[in-house]
Design a protein around this ligand. Structure first.
Ligand code: MLT
Length: 265
């Protein structure tokens, strides 16, 4: 793990960067960290694969006062040249990582070469979803990250994975329960307050890959289909037997989809 800091020391991001070649930046889901991309680091045979920890996860602290999707996008915009990446990147995000990727696409369209939106959505939280975020923040504070991860697990993973891939269940529990309650609470607030990005989709000028697990209960395939249809140059890949964490549940299929997309750019 490496660490990058702004000169004033206000923002710190932990990350891993492997391989050479065109840069591919992958942003993880909630409540995980860069470790969820273990399989996708295989792309390092042809690409420079950069996996930062979003604020409050892994080795990246929560900034004073919390964070927003826009603040995370701003941090990434400073981070990339800070680690020597001056050219446009292919930016991929899964779920929460997708929310950040959309914020980056809105604020820094010229810094993009392509976009991978996996198991995510462009819409803001509904009033009910916002109320649920507040309940989960309270749960994280009164109990711990363990309670949050256990509560979410049935929705994070598809039924096939829960029944047949115990190693994936174990890995999600291991990574998720290692996160701090503070980090989890700050991310829940950032997701609750994120803006709606649906109007952005038709303005995206780079090619996009939309990936979704066929069994994704949190951001289901119908939404992914609509998102792909709204982006001028997008392809859709539905991964059978995967749920919401498609990159972990079906790592080979997910990585192949990304590899083919990258090859097409
Ligand atoms: C995620 O997987 O990042 C979260 O489920 C996203 C969300 O809760 O909106």
């Amino acid at each position: 793990m490496d660490t990058w800091r702004t000169p004033d020391g206000r923002v710190t991001l932990a990350y891993e960067a492997v391989g050479d070649g065109r840069p591919v930046v992958l942003l993880h889901a909630f409540p995980l960290c860069r470790e969820m991309w273990a399989a996708q680091r295989g792309l390092a045979d042809r690409f420079r694969v950069v996996t930062p920890d979003l604020f409050g996860f892994g080795g990246s602290p929560v900034p004073a006062g919390g964070w927003t999707m826009d603040a995370m996008a701003d941090a990434l915009a400073a981070f990339l040249p800070g680690i020597g990446i001056a050219q446009p990147v292919v930016l991929g995000g899964l779920s929460m990582g997708g929310y950040v990727a959309l914020a980056f696409a809105r604020k820094y369209p010229d810094r993009l070469r392509g976009l991978v939106l996996a198991d995510t959505r462009a819409e803001a939280d509904t009033a009910e979803a916002k109320a649920n975020r507040d309940k989960t923040i309270a749960l994280a504070r009164s109990e711990s990250s363990v309670a949050v991860v256990e509560q979410m697990l049935p929705k994070l993973l598809g039924e096939f994975t829960r029944k047949n891939r115990p190693h994936v269940v174990g890995e999600v529990l291991r990574i998720g329960t290692a996160q701090s309650a503070d980090g989890i609470a700050a991310a829940l607030a950032a997701m609750r307050d994120r803006p709606d990005s649906t109007a952005l989709l038709p303005t995206i000028r780079v090619p996009a890959l939309v990936v979704v697990g066929a069994e994704d209960a949190l951001t289901p395939p119908d939404g992914a289909r609509a998102m792909a249809a709204a982006i001028p140059d997008a392809r859709l890949d539905v991964i059978p037997t995967a749920g919401h964490l498609s990159a972990m549940e079906c790592p080979a299929e997910f990585t192949t989809a990304v590899r083919m997309f990258l090859a097409s750019l």
